[in-house]
Ligand binder design. Structure first.
Ligand SMILES: [Fe+2]
Length: 202
């Protein structure tokens, strides 16, 4: 991880430890899915960075929304949905002037910007669909869903591995990229990050 990304992660941690831990787990799951897809080593490094800081924009979301110990109202959801564009702006601000590094960081910016786009075009911020959604965003979305469903929130218990996969299967092709989801289902079975008890690992 670069110094800047370490600084970004530390800022997220200071604001909300839960978001920081979630970023770490999404990075682990995204890296594994990237390996299962046979991405090259440089892409896997950058994918892991993007996944690690994908929710950095949450540092700009007000406490009463970010830290609310209950489901959000529609109005609060609208505020929360700003976090992907906010995060992309924060990541873009640290882009390197060197072309190669800039190319990699612009892919990270796009991955962060589009990590809530749904395969059917019903996500945000731009309503992109299918392959128009950056590959890394489609990977991060699957890792994000799995970790969000299997973690305990103040207002609901965590799902088991099997129940989380059942929920995600119901969203296959609508929320997630169906081909990537199928690869995830196979790779998570032998993953050290597979949730085996009430608590997620790590
Ligand atoms: Fe997010």
């Amino acid at each position: 991880m670069s110094q800047v990304d370490r600084a970004i992660h530390a800022a997220v941690e200071a604001r909300d430890e839960h978001t920081a831990l979630h970023g770490l787990q999404v990075a682990r799951l995204s890296e594994e899915l990237g390996r299962a897809l046979a991405l090259d080593a440089d892409d896997i490094d950058a994918l892991r960075e993007a996944a690690h800081i994908h929710d950095v924009g949450k540092i700009g979301i007000p406490d009463q929304v970010l830290l609310k110990p209950a489901p959000l109202t529609l109005r609060e959801w609208e505020i929360m949905k700003n976090h992907s564009a906010l995060g992309a702006r924060i990541v873009a601000a640290q882009s390197s002037p060197h072309w190669e590094a800039m190319h990699a960081s612009s892919k990270i910016v796009n991955a962060v910007l589009h990590h809530h786009e749904h395969f059917a075009g019903t996500g945000y911020p731009d309503g992109l669909a299918g392959d128009a959604i950056p590959l890394w965003s489609r990977i991060i979305l699957i890792a994000d869903c799995y970790d969000a469903l299997t973690e305990t929130r103040a207002y609901r218990a965590s799902l088991t591995h099997e129940d989380a996969l059942e929920v995600m299967s119901g969203e296959r092709g609508r929320v997630s990229d169906p081909e990537l989801f199928d690869v995830f289902v196979r790779s998570i079975e032998c993953s050290r990050w597979k949730v085996t008890g009430r608590e997620r690992n790590g």
